[in-house]
Design a protein around this ligand. Structure first.
Ligand SMILES: Nc1ncnc2c1ncn2[C@@H]1O[C@H](COP(=O)(O)OP(=O)(O)OP(=O)(O)O)[C@@H](O)[C@H]1O
Length: 592
């Protein structure tokens, strides 16, 4: 695929599409910008009239000149006030439009992330995704709300001022235009340095954020292995790098405005000298009023000049953010819904794998030619050494990944013919270390499913033996849990995960069942009992590590290096004296 010649243009066009729904408001903002700059730019003309007609023209009677003075002063006041009121309205309006655009963009980016397939999340670090939804959008927001409107206003102001200058004195305008190129060159140089410094800051900030995120996530390991001093020195190093980058930016930033102000002072001095000489020499249409007005324009001319080059930098930053955001939005979703989805309401719960092969990464097969079937209501236990592909079987049935070869059917229908949402509604999964949201216990069980009443939630929790520990929490079902379940033991989290799965009343149940050494015997028994209730009358696949679960399963699949090496019930497999018996005996050892 060939890249567009000017990527910024393509990005700007896509951004413009977000602005399109607000075009009447944009038009109004543009009219306001025009009116403000026209009115503010007219003020020096009034000063010219005041100087030439009231102060210096002695031919008219004093009373007429005083009357005119009053009129001009009043007009100056009215125009200034109207200008400021309109500028306030325009400022509010552009920020409102900008916020609307950025809101829509943020919604689209987050919705896209929600639709993305698991393989993409495997490849994309959390920090990167967070940056897209927060910093990249913030940079665009700054540019859309301040940059675009500000640039338009500044440009109108500049061109308006140049027009008035040419009208007042073409000669002085020429002098000014000759002085501008060296000043522009200097400004561009400083600006370039500023942008480089800014880029360095962002790079070093990202490095520091990544390190901080990693250290905080892995804090238990750091403390457990006494790695605090190593973590501290690495942090200090990156923190110092960031400080130096900020200092570099401040160094150039402190030069920036003095350059503009010196340029302004030099220009004013030259214009004053040239204009004064022409006035003294006479014979030109230049008047004292025109010279004063011209000097006022020079002051107004330098103001937008400074902010314009600042905005050129923010434009580049915003375009880089837009590029990353649109690249995310353009990432193809690999696990798609079919055009004509099959209904899932009458599926009977039979799950079948037909010659399924799968690899997360190319040339690294994880499942090889797997075939098996689970009858409705059966409990299937999958056993095998770590990394043998047990969890992958569950990942494929939920369509978190699509099988590369073969097909998986539920009730005889290929799962790729179901809508992902419909399919997943029928599936309940219990993870061994479940994710706990920063919300109440009740919300963590219902996952905000509006169809579930408080009674449903309590019933599910009671059924899986979670009710009694929940009622002992400070606010029972309304106790707020913190992120990652701080405050709950691992056993309690597992019971909560079971209540969560049961509350959704799924037809198919997947359990990642891990006998955890840290769980006390009483809780362990509660979990085993809950598991028994959960799988009852449901087609269940249990990635089994508990001996009791394995023994009680209707059928057992034995996995080894991604292959299905044996299957049968516990007694049949033990009788064969093969891989399963070794595995079972190995599992038995630490428990016995
Ligand atoms: N998201 C992923 N991306 C790439 N490779 C993966 C991914 N998930 C698992 N794998 C690899 O696939 C293989 C099978 O993993 P799987 O999680 O299915 O094993 P498992 O039998 O469930 O193991 P365990 O008992 O340790 O949970 C492993 O080699 C693992 O490294």
């Amino acid at each position: 695929m060939s890249r567009p010649k000017n990527p910024s243009r393509g990005l700007a066009r896509r951004l413009l599409r977000y602005a399109l729904p607000y075009w009447p408001w944009l038009l109004l903002a543009l009219v306001l910008v025009l009116t403000v700059s026209a009115s503010i730019n007219y003020l020096p003309v009034l000063i010219k009239h005041l100087t030439d007609q009231c102060l210096l023209d002695t031919s008219a009677p004093a009373a007429t000149r005083i009357h005119l003075l009053g009129q001009i002063s009043l007009t100056y006041l009215v125009i200034t006030l109207i200008g400021y009121i309109l500028r306030y309205a325009q400022g509010l309006l552009t920020v409102w439009i900008g916020q609307k655009i950025v809101y829509d963009l943020r919604v689209d980016v987050f919705h896209k992330a929600l639709r993305m397939h698991q393989a993409w999340f495997d490849r994309t670090p959390v920090g990167t995704l967070l940056t897209r939804v927060t910093s990249d959008i913030e940079r665009l927001q700054a540019f859309v709300t301040d940059g675009v409107a500000g640039t338009v206003a500044d440009l109108f102001m500049l061109f308006g001022i140049m027009g008035y200058m040419l009208l007042i004195s073409p000669r002085l305008s020429m002098v000014l235009f000759l002085l501008l190129p060296p000043l522009f060159a200097l400004l561009f140089f400083v600006n370039h340095k500023l942008r480089n410094a800014n880029r360095l800051i962002r790079k070093r900030q990202a490095a520091l954020n990544a390190l901080t995120q990693e250290d905080i996530t892995g804090i238990t390991t750091i403390q457990l292995f006494n790695r605090e001093s190593a973590a501290r020195s690495e942090f200090d190093e990156r923190n110092n790098d960031l400080r130096l980058a900020h200092f570099e930016e401040v160094r150039w930033f402190s030069i920036y405005f003095p350059v503009i102000e010196t340029g302004q002072a030099v220009t004013i001095a030259i214009i004053l000298a040239a204009g004064g000489l022409w006035l003294l020499a006479g014979g030109t249409p230049l008047t004292a009023g025109a010279l004063i007005a011209f000097l006022a324009y020079i002051r107004d001319f330098f103001r937008p000049l400074g902010s314009l080059s600042d905005k050129a930098g923010s434009f580049q930053i915003a375009m880089a953010s837009a590029e990353r955001l649109f690249a995310l939005m353009d990432t193809p979703e690999e696990v798609n819904d079919p055009d004509v989805p099959q209904p899932t309401d009458k599926i009977d719960g039979t799950i079948a794998f037909e010659n399924v092969s799968f690899a997360y990464t190319e040339n690294n097969p994880v499942l090889r030619n797997i075939s098996f079937a689970v009858e409705p209501g059966q409990v299937l236990a999958v056993v095998g050494a770590t990394g043998s592909g047990k969890t992958t079987i569950i990942n494929l049935i939920g369509r978190y990944y699509d099988a590369k070869e073969g097909r998986i059917t539920i009730g005889g229908t290929d799962i790729r013919d179901f809508k992902k949402e419909d399919l997943r509604k029928r599936i309940g999964t219990v993870f061994q270390d479940p994710f706990i949201f920063a919300a109440s216990v009740a919300d963590n069980i219902s996952l905000l499913n509006p169809a579930l009443t408080r009674d449903d939630i309590v019933r599910a929790a009671t059924a899986v033996n979670a009710d009694s520990f929940i009622r002992n929490l400070p606010n029972g079902y309304d106790t707020e849990l913190n992120e990652r379940g701080g405050g709950l033991s691992l056993g309690q989290k597992q019971l909560l995960a079971m209540a969560r799965a049961l509350a959704q009343n799924p037809d198919l149940l997947f359990v990642l069942d891990e006998a955890t050494a840290s769980i006390d015997t009483a809780t362990e028994l509660l979990i085993q009992d809950a598991l028994g209730k959960l799988v009852k009358n449901r087609t269940s696949i249990v990635i089994a590590h508990r001996l009791s679960t394995i023994r009680n399963a209707d059928r057992i699949l034995v996995m080894r290096h991604g292959e299905l090496v044996d299957s049968g019930n516990h007694d049949e497999l033990m009788a064969r004296a093969g891989y399963y018996r070794n595995l079972y005996e190995m599992l038995q050892q630490p428990v016995a």
